[in-house]
Design a protein around this ligand. Structure first.
Ligand code: ACO
Length: 319
C-alpha cells in the first residue's frame, strides 16, 4: 500500500501588509527587503482569526478538491508553531470545526518551518501501514502574533496563511520517498524562547534568529536532503519536474536550486507574495502550482523545508 495526494487547498487572510506599510512601522525600506529576501508583501490574520480558522478554510478547499466528506477522514495532522492554545491541539479543534464525529486520531506536529514535510511523511507512513483510507495534512500559521514589530531584522520576514492536502491510500505510489532530520544543537539559532510559567510569560515570546547562520545551514542542508531523498529511489535532480521549497527567502531558494543544478523555471516561488509562512508555505505553494496547472499528472515533485530546531526534510512525489 502507498499514499497519494488527491486534493490540495489553501487560504490566505485578506489583509495585505506591503513593504511600504512596514516602512511606517520600522526603520526599513522596500528595496532592502526585496533585495535581501525577495518578499514584497505578506498577509496578516484578523484579530478574531485563529490558526484553526485558517486551517479550516484550507482544509475545506482540499476536501472539496479530493471529492470527499470530512467524516471520510481517518487521520488529521496539523503542522504548526503557532497553535490556538497550548492544548488542546489545533488538529483536535480543526476536527471539531470540520464537524467530524468519527473519532479519528488528530494531533499537531511542531517542527517549525520543517513541519509540513514532517507531517506529510508521518501521514504517509500511517497510510502505508494500512491504518486508514484518507488523511488530512495541514500547515497553518499566524506568525504575526509571535513577531516583535519593533525588530526590523525579523518582523519583515514572515506572514500568515494555511495550506492543506488530502492523502489517500492507494495501490499506486504517489509519495515515492521522504527523509527527515533534526539537529537540536542549533536550538538557539532560531527560536521563540518564551514560555508560560506559573501564569507569567518568561523569556522572550518573539522570534529570535541568527540570520546569517540560518542562511548558511539551510542552503547546505536543503541541497543534501533533496539528493538524499532522490537517491532512495535512484533518481537525480535532473529528473525533478518541480521543486517546491519552503518559502523563507528567495536567496536560499535560488542557492538551493543552483546547488541542485535546477533552473528557476522548475522552482515554484511564492515568497514574494506570502513572505515566510513557516509550516504553511509548502502546501500553499503546492496548491497554487496545482491549481494554475503547473503541476500535472505523472510529474515528479520535490517538497523540501527547514526550520527551527533545526528540523529539515524532503518528500518526493509522483503526481
Ligand atoms: N531593513 C533594513 N535594514 C536591516 C533590516 C531591515 N528589515 N534588517 C537588518 N538590517 C540591517 C542590519 O541591521 C545590518 O545593518 P548594519 O550593517 O548597519 O549592522 C544590515 O542590514 C545587514 O544585516 P544582516 O543581518 O547581515 O543582513 P543579511 O544580508 O544577512 O540579511 C537576512 C538578513 C535576510 C535575515 C538573512 O540573513 C537571511 O536571509 N537569513 C536567513 C534567515 C531566514 O530566511 N529566516 C527565515 C526564518 S528561518 C527559515 O524559515 C528557515
Amino acid at each position: 500500500m502507498y499514499s497519494r495526494i488527491v486534493g490540495t487547498g489553501s487560504y490566505l487572510p485578506k489583509k495585505i501588509l506591503t513593504n511600504r506599510d512596514l516602512e511606517k512601522v520600522v526603520d526599513t525600506s522596500h528595496e532592502w527587503i526585496v533585495t535581501r529576501t525577495g518578499i514584497e508583501e505578506r498577509r496578516v490574520a484578523a484579530d478574531d482569526q485563529r490558526t484553526s480558522d485558517l486551517a479550516l478554510e484550507a482544509s475545506r478547499a482540499a476536501l472539496q478538491a479530493a471529492g470527499i466528506q470530512p467524516n471520510d477522514l481517518g487521520l488529521i495532522v496539523v503542522a504548526t508553531t503557532t497553535p490556538d492554545y497550548i492544548f488542546p491541539s489545533t488538529a483536535c479543534i480543526l476536527q471539531s470545526k470540520l464537524g467530524i464525529d468519527n473519532t479519528c486520531p488528530a494531533f499537531d506536529i511542531q517542527a517549525v518551518c520543517g513541519g509540513f514535510v514532517y507531517a506529510l511523511a508521518t501521514a504517509d507512513l500511517y497510510l502505508r501501514a494500512g491504518r486508514c483510507r484518507y488523511a488530512l495534512v495541514v500547515g497553518s500559521e499566524i506568525y504575526s502574533r509571535i513577531l516583535d514589530w519593533t525588530d526590523r531584522s525579523t518582523c519583515v520576514l514572515f506572514g500568515d496563511g494555511a495550506g492543506a492536502v488530502v492523502l489517500a491510500a492507494d495501490k499506486t505510489a504517489g509519495i515515492l520517498a521522504h527523509r527527515l532530520h533534526a539537529d537540536g544543537r542549533y536550538s538557539n539559532t532560531l527560536a521563540v524562547p518564551g514560555q508560560i510559567c506559573s501564569g507569567q510569560v518568561t523569556g522572550r515570546p518573539y522570534v529570535v534568529m541568527e540570520g546569517g547562520a540560518v542562511f548558511k545551514f539551510a542552503v547546505k542542508a536543503l541541497g543534501d536532503i533533496v539528493e538524499e531523498t532522490l537517491a532512495e529511489v535512484a533518481m537525480k535532480p535532473e529528473d525533478v519536474d518541480w521543486l517546491i521549497p519552503h518559502q523563507a527567502n528567495i536567496r536560499i531558494i535560488q542557492a538551493t536550486a543552483k546547488r541542485l543544478g535546477l533552473p528557476m523555471e522548475r522552482v515554484v516561488v511564492t515568497v514574494d507574495k506570502h513572505g515566510n509562512t513557516s509550516a504553511a508555505s509548502i502546501p500553499l505553494a503546492l496548491d497554487i502550482a496545482v491549481r494554475d496547472g503547473r503541476v500535472r499528472p505523472g510529474q515528479h515533485v520535490v517538497l523540501e523545508g527547514i526550520g527551527g530546531g533545526f528540523t529539515w526534510g524532503a518528500v518526493l512525489i509522483r503526481w
